[in-house]
Design a protein around this ligand. Sequence first.
Ligand SMILES: NC(=O)c1ccc[n+]([C@@H]2O[C@H](COP(=O)([O-])OP(=O)(O)OC[C@H]3O[C@@H](n4cnc5c(N)ncnc54)[C@H](OP(=O)(O)O)[C@@H]3O)[C@@H](O)[C@H]2O)c1
Ligand SMILES: *[C@@H]1O[C@H](CO)[C@@H](O)[C@H](O)[C@H]1NC(C)=O
Ligand SMILES: *[C@@H]1O[C@H](CO)[C@@H](O)[C@H](O)[C@H]1NC(C)=O
Ligand SMILES: *[C@@H]1O[C@H](CO)[C@@H](O)[C@H](O)[C@H]1NC(C)=O
Ligand SMILES: *[C@@H]1O[C@H](CO)[C@@H](O)[C@H](O)[C@H]1NC(C)=O
Length: 357
Amino acid sequence: MIGSTLTSVCCVMVAVLAAAACLDVPKVRLSSGGDIPIVGLGTRQANYEGELETALDAALQSGYRHIDTATIHKNEHTIGKVLNKWFKEGKIKREDLFVTTKLPVYGMRPADVPVFLNQSLTKLQLDYVDLYLIHMPFAVKREAHDNGIITEDSIDKTTDHLAIWKAMEAEHYAGRAKALGVSNFNETQIERLLKHGAIPPANLQIELHLYHQQRPVVDFCKKNGVSVTAYAPLGSPSYRWLSPISGKELPDLLELTEVNKIATKHNKTSAQILLRHTVQRGIIVIPKSFKPDRIRQNIDILDFTLDDSEMAELDALDKGLDGKRFVMKHIEGLWKHPEYPWTALLNSTEERPKSSN
Ligand SMILES: NC(=O)c1ccc[n+]([C@@H]2O[C@H](COP(=O)([O-])OP(=O)(O)OC[C@H]3O[C@@H](n4cnc5c(N)ncnc54)[C@H](OP(=O)(O)O)[C@@H]3O)[C@@H](O)[C@H]2O)c1
Ligand SMILES: *[C@@H]1O[C@H](CO)[C@@H](O)[C@H](O)[C@H]1NC(C)=O
Ligand SMILES: *[C@@H]1O[C@H](CO)[C@@H](O)[C@H](O)[C@H]1NC(C)=O
Ligand SMILES: *[C@@H]1O[C@H](CO)[C@@H](O)[C@H](O)[C@H]1NC(C)=O
Ligand SMILES: *[C@@H]1O[C@H](CO)[C@@H](O)[C@H](O)[C@H]1NC(C)=O
């Protein structure tokens, strides 16, 4: 029902581990051969290290086997520490786990790829990652990051996606990255890799939620065998935001009447309806929460189905480009980078995006 690309694999439960739920989490088959669990834990923005440790323990106990991180999150060492503890206690095996990390925006040169992946692997205490993504299509200079000052001068316009991809492929051949993919790339940029790369990208991670359903890109990816992961799948809730495209104020998706109504009907929360809607389209979700009850809630979306009319009602709430919130304008002048992916969305390249985070 979720899609023919899904294989349902029951998580292997070690007998001593009464605490770990044996959840039947569906997986999406990757073109590279592996399987990615359709629900993963987003790990952005821990306030303190212990908060993330508690969250990871709760997630693993709740049946999560997919962890999403990135070099820029600066939390890989904590993830490594917790995973290592679970391995040592024999509660989980490496092959049952799916770990994604990302090449940072300040590591966008071919020679940087092995350096940053090695650093990530050391921190994660792993020999390989299941998925290595290029985090952003654009780039800043390495020094800019090292000295902590990122201005318009920091932008590195020399970015060569194909050369970087070749270095990514070398990591795959060396066994350090099982699958390769990209994040925040637009169709033109993905097409270039599909056409000229030796290994096609296995995954695209993009902003995707009820108000920004990304239908054209998802269709494009489906056609080309690229799996899609939704970041900000709850729309990064709890504050209203201005659409950077239309300038209009958008609501908290968790409070929408239509979503609440469907939630009540299924005895689920709004968050669960939002996630279920996306998962039922065959799209992987990585909701971020550090609260154990929400972490459990966000994976407890596999025991019910939205019917066709509910799906249609939710589909109709798509605001298209107006529902987009991430245009990464926090780096001054970034939109002038030749690989800035959303130029066509902004009506003038002379004008900076209006609002985002
Ligand atoms: N590739 C990229 O460029 C990129 C960009 C942005 C994000 N991401 C990834 O995507 C992940 C998720 O994105 P995101 O954090 O921006 O947005 P999100 O997952 O849509 O929303 C996270 C927010 O929702 C709250 N929340 C989580 N579950 C909830 C529930 N069941 N009920 C009510 N509130 C809930 C969380 O608060 P609590 O923690 O307090 O529960 C947090 O404030 C990130 O962790 C990151 O790994 C990737
Ligand atoms: C990365 O690690 C591998 C394996 O340990 C090593 O062979 C390689 O030289 C390292 N590369 C860099 C650039 O550090
Ligand atoms: C509704 O869901 C809650 C939380 O999962 C559960 O405790 C309760 O028994 C459910 N109620 C019904 C009527 O199914
Ligand atoms: C995609 O990104 C390229 C930069 O590589 C840009 O020229 C193009 O306009 C973008 N396409 C869209 C649809 O925004
Ligand atoms: C785009 O064009 C509209 C109409 O001309 C204008 O009001 C607006 O300021 C421009 N910028 C954006 C980002 O919409």
